[in-house]
Design a protein around this ligand. Structure first.
Ligand SMILES: [Zn+2]
Length: 106
């Protein structure tokens, strides 16, 4: 799988549709997207299915642009944390759509 804006290591084990959307969002946003956590084997949630990423983000302006771009390309599940933004493409019924939550990065 090829990605324009991400290294092979960053996208290892990730769903291709997820990676494609991330490339579009990165392009639109004009701010760097560094994936700090992607596929996590054994994780019971979206990361364990290769359907989620955490993107490094701790500043207001890039956070605004990143979230705006993620929503523009169709992400419907976004988590806003102090040091990263989580985005995933997991689906109903297990994963509700049109949700945005907040939390503290590990
Ligand atoms: Zn996450």
């Amino acid at each position: 799988m090829m990605a324009k804006h991400f290294t092979a290591k960053e996208i290892e084990g990730l769903n291709p549709m997820l990676v494609e959307r991330l490339d579009w969002a990165r392009e639109q946003s004009g701010v760097p997207f560094t994936i700090t956590s992607g596929y996590r084997p054994g994780d019971p949630k979206a990361h364990g299915k290769g359907l989620a990423v955490d993107i490094r983000c701790s500043q207001s302006m890039p956070r605004f642009r990143m979230i705006q771009a993620l929503q523009n390309v169709g992400f419907r599940r976004i988590g806003v944390y102090n040091l990263h933004v989580h985005a995933d493409v997991a689906e109903e019924p297990d994963f509700p759509q049109d949700v945005m939550w907040w939390g503290e990065s590990d």
